[in-house]
Design a protein around this ligand. Structure first.
Ligand code: SER
Length: 588
């Protein structure tokens, strides 16, 4: 029986044979990409290269990328939806296109040397065509040449068979998706690949990025045609092992067994939610960026995952602290391939314990208040009350919605979310939306701020000392935001000095140079590189601003610091213990 680990090995060897360079998984927390909170697909870290920047390792790449996606969080608990998963992918950056991508997919799935899946159980879907782009007959024809019969090829509209741009503009195109028939009965006359009943398991998606969506909403043909594919590890081994759900595979089973042991009531969906959410939380907490539960951005998603797990545990009759005992099981399952889980085990457990305790208190208090309100209102709850409940006892909106649903109330989620948005600086829906989207904004404004970030980083190290390390960066066209390690608040004088140093570098009109080299060489030359070193790529780009700054980075950057304008710090604040944040802008 093939394990998840073996599937990953096979996939990467297959694409190595097809002349692909294997790139390491990027961090779950993207650098310099304001459009997403987490890396949600293997292609996210590759956006600059999909847009035409040369990749140091060539035009054919493959990887096993850790991903977090919460767009479908409500679906978690069915056979295959997960908030955290591993995505295998292969890419062509303007090299091969549909013919090779599809025939390699077919070969990998069906050849006895590779996965050896039953070809009679494979179904595929292609793009049906609309006013923007024609029906993808080309892909369908290639599938037929691979001996997939016509009746197993289905055509769907954009909602199903088109990928990107996740942002407003950028590369995108039709995709072709591969499904495996589980043998389950059709749920109805219209049941077909893509139906959510679970008969057809989606295992792989090949995206053909041949268009660029412009700001005017036009789809122009791209000069560089790319292939971007994604295969879910958990889903695919479920099929290979003949299992009914991802939770029966070795990647989950020990955790599910433990949850079942602790539970008084055996609700399968709740047990699965707990396992999925705590696996996701453990991986997020293992990141070097130091994400901890909070009310904003990544921290909010993390908080929500942990809290949903705890709430489901209560539904199962699990009392007392339990999260860290489940996290330890995941550490055991994954730490060979992902050693940072083992390295961070203590921190993971500590944060889970803390959040669980906090939430248990809020839950007890909030449930009481909810019941009171519910009675007072004769079995109703309004959006305003839901918000007040959140404000007074930290009772999260989704919990109120869940409780109301359990009581049989028909809740208009949008209306509730609107009420929350009215009151809060960062809307929850905003984070979700951000979360779903994907493509980086490579406008000139963000490019400038990107270079300014390197200058800021160097200036901070000059003023505070070389122990200062980048902990996170987030750039929008309006501002940069830079997190770095430093025990204390910066004084006004220090901030002024940092500003001055950056502005001097701008005035000196220094050229920004890009070179490619191995990470080892880059380090030897004194380039800053904050990687999870085991997963660092073989070749990296190094950006140098004379003796001022040298950093390993994917870019993009301006050609000369003179393009930047005037650098101004707006704010300096604390993010968490030992981590400070600076927000800054460039004035014209
Ligand atoms: N970007 C596509 C997806 O996420 C293929 O990798 O499905």
């Amino acid at each position: 029986m093939m394990t998840g680990k073996q599937l990953v090995e096979k996939y990467l060897s297959f694409f190595k044979e097809k002349k692909h360079a294997i790139i390491p998984s990027a961090s779950l927390v993207p650098e310099n990409d304001p459009t997403v909170l987490f890396t949600a697909a293997g292609m996210h870290p590759l956006v600059p290269y999909l847009l035409g920047q040369p990749h140091p390792l060539g035009k054919r790449l493959a990887s096993n990328q850790k991903c977090v996606r919460t767009g479908d969080i409500e679906e978690v608990g069915n056979a295959s939806h997960l908030t955290f998963f591993f995505m295998l992918g292969n890419w062509s950056l303007g090299d091969y296109f549909k013919k090779e991508a599809i025939s390699w997919s077919y070969e990998f799935l069906t050849s006895k040397k590779w996965l050896g899946l039953d070809k009679n159980k494979i179904f595929v879907t292609c793009f049906a065509g609309d006013k923007d782009a024609p029906r993808d007959e080309e892909s369908a024809k290639i599938w037929q040449e691979c001996k997939i019969p016509k009746e197993k090829i289905f055509f769907n509209a954009k909602e199903e068979n088109w990928w990107g741009p996740a942002g407003k503009t950028g590369p995108c195109g039709p995709d072709t998706e591969m499904f495996y028939d589980t043998g389950k009965k059709k749920c109805g006359k219209n049941c077909r690949p893509g139906c959510s009943c679970g008969k057809y398991f989606e295992i792989w998606n090949n995206v053909f990025m041949q268009y660029n969506k412009t700001a005017e909403g036009k789809f122009e043909l791209l000069k560089q045609k790319n292939v971007d594919t994604g295969m879910g590890v958990e889903r695919t081994i479920t099929m290979l092992q003949g299992k009914k759900s991802v939770y029966e595979t070795e990647l989950f089973k020990p955790a599910i067994d433990e949850i079942a042991k602790l539970s008084k009531n055996k609700n399968e969906k709740s047990m699965r939610i707990i396992a999925d959410h705590l696996r996701a939380a453990s991986f997020i907490l293992s990141e070097e960026k130091g994400i901890v539960p909070s009310n904003v951005e990544q921290g909010y998603i993390l908080r929500r995952l942990i809290r949903r797990a705890v709430r489901n545990a209560r539904l199962l009759g699990i009392e007392g602290k339990f999260c860290s005992s489940i996290a330890k099981i995941f550490v055991k399952i994954y730490s060979n391939e992902w050693p940072q889980l083992k390295n961070q085990e203590q921190a993971i457990c500590l944060e889970l314990d803390k959040e669980e305790e906090k939430f248990s208190k809020a839950l007890a208090q909030g449930t009481k208040e909810f019941e009171k309100l519910f009675k007072q209102n004769n079995g109703k709850i309004t959006a305003k009350e839901a918000f007040l409940l959140y404000q007074s006892s930290g009772f999260p909106l989704e919990m109120t919605i869940d409780l109301a649903k359990e009581k049989g109330l028909d809740i208009n989620k949008k209306e509730f979310e609107k009420e929350f948005e009215k009151h809060q600086a960062l809307s929850r829906k905003g984070s979700e939306q951000k979360f779903k989207s994907g493509l980086q904004d490579n406008s000139i404004e963000t490019t400038k701020l990107h270079t300014a970030t390197h200058l800021l980083h160097s200036a901070l190290r000059k003023i505070l000392g070389p122990y200062v390390q980048q902990k996170g960066s987030n750039i929008t066209p309006e501002r940069l935001r830079f997190d770095f390690s430093n025990p204390d608040k910066l004084t006004d004088a220090q901030l002024k000095e940092v500003e001055k140093i950056v502005n001097e570098a701008i005035q000196k009109e220094i050229p920004v140079q890009r070179e490619e080299m191995s990470l080892e060489e880059a380090r030897k030359k004194g380039a800053l590189a904050f990687f999870e070193s085991k997963y660092a790529p073989e070749k990296v780009s190094v950006y140098t601003i004379n003796s001022f700054s040298k950093e390993v980075c994917t870019g993009p950057h301006v050609k000369n610091t003179s393009e930047l304008g005037k650098f101004k710090i707006l704010k300096e604040e604390s993010v968490s213990a030992g981590i400070r944040r600076i927000k800054a802008i460039l004035e014209k």
